[in-house]
Design a binder for this molecule. Sequence first.
Ligand SMILES: *Cc1c(COP(=O)(O)O)cnc(C)c1O
Length: 473
Amino acid sequence: MTLAPPPPLASTARYDQAGLTRAGLSELRREDPELADLLDAEVRDQDTMLAMIASASIAAPSVLAAGGSALSNVTAEGYPGARYHPGAANFDEVERLAVDRAKLLFGARYANVQPHSCSSANLAVLSALIPPGGTLLGLGLDAGGHLTHGSPASVTGRHYRAVPYGLDENGRIDYGQVAELAAEHRPAVLIAGASAYPRALDFARFREIADAVGAYLLADISHIAGLVAAGEHASPIDHAHVTTTSTYKQLGGPRGGLILSGRDHRAPGPDGRTPLDRLMQRAVFPQNQGTPAPAAIAAKARAFALAAEPRFAETARLTVAGARALAAELSALGHRVLTGGTDNHMVLIDLRGTGLTGVVAERALEECGILVNRNRIPDDTRPPLVTSGLRLGCNILAQRGMGPEHMRECAELMHAVLAATTALGDNDYRVDPHERIRLREQVRALCVRHPLPHAGVADADDARVAARTGAPS
Ligand SMILES: *Cc1c(COP(=O)(O)O)cnc(C)c1O
């Protein structure tokens, strides 16, 4: 069913998206201060906390605005030019724009911008390429793989026979083992990709292994999509049959997913004739999803345009250089950095030997304004909610303009928090109260010196509005 257009605002029958957004924000403030306060508190926290979350980036205000636009009111199953509802003319153009920009950004020949998340994208791709009960080969969850790569906790581990590959003694992907397991189990799909792996992935090697056993190669670049787009990590697009990613982790986009294909986009699917691009279109809709999220797709289109700009590539360079420096600084302070360093945006810390669990370290750091997340490490004996490790990422630090020369300060702040923390068990701890206040203030001061990229935009816009209306700013 198609929704009726929103009623005109009381004061005027003609308005645009900007008017609607402004009206929405003042309505929220006036009629629902409880919710408005929470939204404002989040903006403040993001401004004054040092987020080293490897799976996050800051979306530009224009991305957020597109994602909250009235395009959201359009209901239209199907694809541009082939919808099952009327009223999708603007959305058709928006989706075409998003597809074209995604293809341009990644040098792909096919893109599907409708997946609601990378998990949905993976489910769609796997369901198109693996028969029920068929075999997939992916990096094990404990080795840094993702739930959707065949974990028993995911449908991918229940509906398919999932074989996990792992790491060698240096913590690197054991390609010899991948080849052996592929030869032994003959998977329909081999997945190359990780959620907690600080080293570069050798997509060409993965493809050789897949070809040797007639498997499709799925590259999941959810974590490193920004580095790939910027040329800071080798691209899988022409090595893999299909590539998937999230759009929010490193692309500064909205919550959402994306499916891409390069050289092999017309290669035959498992039936020997239907080309992969046709299979992917059907796999997303109608097989795995219903209506797309039009405003999210508009936000993706905006994010892909921003990711093609030189400034994005500059941030990606800073991200990688920063992570390398952060790993070195933490090592110098005596922390155990998994694999001894990093090639991407991510640094993994082994906390065994510090007396702190992952959850205790995460919470103590959060109290002092530093956000990192607990993470299982190889051979971790602690449960997933506790863990023995931390995962750090430099995406948002780089967006704040912080590179290698700022990492000593970040590492020292982290180190000082952990040094001021006493474990009172696996889940309980105490941070020295004086240190907590002092360090929280230092973190805040650091954030003020390195504001988020768009912090000044809001002020400038307020000033412009004030100048127009004569209101004090
Ligand atoms: C985060 C992640 C996903 C899932 O992404 P969502 O968009 O949150 O569903 C899939 N694969 C990998 C490798 C990830 O790290």
